[in-house]
Design a protein around this ligand. Structure first.
Ligand SMILES: *Cc1c(COP(=O)(O)O)cnc(C)c1O
Length: 399
């Protein structure tokens, strides 16, 4: 199967994906897969989801022509898909609402997840509060200290935040801990993954919930420009905001597509970046076959990015397949390039972007001057940067 857009029956995108699980998690994951297969084709489920996107999230998000940025760079027109204007300030709410609606449809009382920086945890706690489900978020003890404001947000939203003291007390340990609780209690609980990663059906399901971004962008650019864009650019952590934008354009061979990974402090040394597609090799992580930054024993490398939402040593399996097929170009932006792009957007457009989204901007700013004035680039502005200002102020010595 060589489809760019859909997984096969076993959840594989070409050589990547699948459902690689210990035996005790097979039944709970099969239950989620069956429930989603059913919900996906249910017009009532889709109508409830779309109503929440409109009235709660505030969709459609605008496609905004960044005129001063375009003028400053010269070359292609830059359009920003304003996911930063969603309720909660990023794209993640698009899929957490879908996941919690599915849990509710399955008759579950609770959703459970792990979170690293806390952004997935906050988006999930938001959706759970709205729909009246319990929410339990596992978080490494070290991350809890580092991400205090997100811990407060989750607690205010009624979630139970469980500190994980085992192992390195970070994201990986939180994943193990959350899966263990789920396995023991899946009668009442659904696991909710935060990106297009993990075992099937999550890469397809989260992608489907995010695909609204690209469907809107396609309609909006046709309305504004009368033709498809020259290029799409989005940041890639696990890969959900990027696939959300890309999915509607994958079959349009004339549209160039760029996924931007964090090159961090540079690509020379493991531990300085999270450029999975650029330097990773095929492997297995979190229940899927995909491309992984790993050592010879298959242990994931430590990763670094100034954007906590991008530091993941794996990537969604559909991305790995799109790379194999040559459909998407995976490129990188360093921490420094990203900080520059962040400041340029603040100054030229009055928009403070998330540091994750600033990776996409950094690449678009290199690309635009190489194109003509008739060309257009759509950048997915996946989130707003209010959460990042203390960190940026410190980096820039603004105190
Ligand atoms: C989480 C996050 C990302 C990275 O996750 P993807 O699944 O790769 O989209 C990017 N931007 C923002 C604002 C985020 O919160």
């Amino acid at each position: 199967m060589t489809s760019l857009t859909y997984a096969d029956e076993a959840g594989f995108f070409g050589a990547h994906g699948g459902r690689i699980l210990p035996p005790h998690l097979e039944a709970p994951m099969a239950e989620v897969a069956a429930a989603y297969a059913d919900a996906k084709d249910d017009p009532d489920f889709q109508a409830r989801y779309e109503a929440l996107l409109a009235d709660y999230v505030g969709r459609p998000s605008p496609l905004f022509l960044a005129q001063r940025l375009t003028a400053e760079l010269g070359g292609a027109k830059i359009y920003l898909k304003r996911e930063d204007l969603n309720h909660t300030g990023a794209h993640k709410i698009n899929h957490t609402l879908g996941e919690v609606l599915l849990a509710q449809r399955m008759g579950k009382k609770k959703v459970i997840a792990e979170t690293g920086a806390g952004q997935h945890g906050v988006a999930l706690a938001t959706a759970a509060a709205l729909l009246g489900l319990e929410c339990e978020i596992h978080m490494g003890a070290i991350d809890i200290e580092k991400q205090h404001p997100n811990v407060v947000r989750m607690r205010l939203l009624g979630a139970k935040v469980v500190p994980v003291e085992s192992g390195g007390r970070c994201l990986k340990d939180a994943v193990d801990s959350a899966f263990a609780v789920w396995a023991a209690d899946f009668g009442e609980t659904m696991f909710a993954i935060g990106s297009v990663v993990g075992p099937d059906p999550f890469p397809s399901m989260v992608r489907d919930f995010q695909a609204v971004v690209g469907r809107e962008a396609r309609r909006q650019i046709l309305e504004k420009e009368g033709r498809l864009p020259t290029a799409l650019v989005a940041s890639v952590g696990g890969g959900s905001n990027s696939l959300g934008l890309f999915q509607a354009f994958l079959e349009d061979a004339a549209v160039a597509i760029y996924g931007v990974e964090p090159a961090g402090r540079g690509l020379e040394n493991p531990g300085d970046h999270a450029a999975t597609m650029t330097l990773g090799t095929p492997g297995t992580i979190h229940g899927m076959r995909t491309i992984v930054l790993q050592d010879e024993a298959g242990e994931p490398w430590p990763v670094h990015s100034i954007a906590s939402g991008l530091d993941y040593p794996g990537v969604g399996p559909q991305h790995a397949h799109l790379k194999d097929m040559g459909r998407v170009d995976y490129v990188t932006a360093t921490d420094d390039e990203t900080l520059d792009a962040f400041q340029v957007l603040c100054r030229t457009e009055g928009i403070i972007p998330a540091i994750e989204s600033s990776h996409a901007l950094a690449y678009a700013m290199k690309l635009a001057p190489t194109l003509g004035a008739d060309d257009t680039i759509i950048v997915n502005l996946s989130g707003r940067g209010d959460k990042d200002i203390d960190f940026v102020a410190e980096r820039l010595g603004m105190e």
